[in-house]
Design a protein around this ligand. Structure first.
Ligand code: NAP
Length: 283
């Protein structure tokens, strides 16, 4: 398989357009480790985890998967909002590093906004940067007004990414939010890009939606899931982090990086999955 295309990730470099999520991987550890390693073999080197996932268990699974391959990986973890004071952010990161059995994260994110002032969390990030424990910082679940507030504290160019909900059935982030991220060189990292495994929600249009995805998939010898990821990747500035705990799913997701949808196919998918205006909400 050819090398995966990449997209910029703030000022720290670039990541492959398809990465790997890790939420709920604690339910099948051995399969998840095998899947993550298969992903690395295929170039899916952006691995996303969080102290929240399995209360640290997912970070330990990632540690096992990358033990002999740390330098291949662009490793991202997240601090929970309740820990995101200045001192709490540093402490949480150090605990993540211990569970991940590494000395640095490539990016460290605020998982979503909570009670602690953003300035506190930023001070924690700055201390971690100065200590070489993180190479960059980013945010997650930030809407445009949250980015406005962040911009009053730090140039947005210093924030490497905004990780937000984005899939075929929930396309809010494609609008002003993506535009804002792009303008400042922040990657928009699409989480739950497969709708948590449910590409098409039950409802009136479900049959038509499924039919379009299946037809497009057949034309490319791909699956509807790969088509769904490729549809998100049509937008510059976007990278996706599907979670897969089976090697077959990882193979499928990696294909999405090479799948070029035609303008006609994009129009057809767009027509059956109309963009939604709802604000971002943490799921
Ligand atoms: P997702 O990636 O949209 O969907 C995961 C589900 O899809 C799993 O059940 C998986 O099954 C299945 N799947 C994966 N590839 C498939 C394929 N090719 N064909 C068919 N089914 C496939 O959902 P997600 O886990 O919610 O989101 C991805 C990652 O984003 C998370 O793991 C996490 O790292 C991150 N995330 C971040 C936030 C945040 O607030 N920042 C919130 C949610 C998620 P198997 O596991 O059986 O392969």
């Amino acid at each position: 398989m050819p090398a995966l295309p990449t997209r910029p990730f703030g000022s720290v470099g670039a990541v492959p357009v398809v990465g790997q999520g890790t939420w709920e991987m604690q339910t099948d550890q051995a399969a998840s480790i095998a899947a993550l390693r298969r992903g690395l073999d295929l170039g899916l080197t952006h691995i996303d985890t969080a102290e929240m996932y399995g209360e640290g268990a997912c970070e330990e699974i990632v540690a096992e998967a990358i033990a002999d391959r740390r330098d291949e990986v662009f490793l991202v973890s997240k601090v929970l909002p309740e820990n995101a004071s200045r001192a709490g952010t540093v402490r949480a990161c150090e605990q993540s590093l211990r569970r991940l059995r590494t000395d640095r994260l490539d990016c460290y994110l605020l998982h979503w906004r909570g009670q602690h002032p953003l300035a506190e969390t930023l001070a924690g990030f700055e201390a971690l940067l100065a200590a070489g424990k993180i190479r960059s910082f980013g945010v997650s679940n930030f809407d445009v007004d949250d980015l406005d507030e962040l911009a009053r504290l730090v140039p947005l160019e210093r924030c490497a990414c905004n990780q937000v909900l984005l899939h075929l059935e929930q396309r809010y982030a494609e609008g002003a939010l993506l535009e804002r991220c792009r303008r400042h060189g922040m990657a928009l990292v699409a989480y739950s890009p497969l709708g948590q495994g449910q590409l098409v929600r039950p409802g009136r249009d479900a049959t038509a939606r499924r039919a379009v995805l299946e037809e497009v998939a057949r034309a490319h010898g791909a699956t509807p899931h790969a088509v769904a990821l490729a549809f998100l990747l049509r937008m510059p500035g976007v990278v996706v982090i599907p979670k897969a705990s089976s090697v077959a799913h990882v193979d499928d997701n990696a294909m999405a990086a090479q799948l070029a949808l035609t303008p006609g196919e994009i129009t057809r998918i767009d027509a059956v999955f109309p963009s939604r205006g709802r604000r971002l909400a943490y799921v």
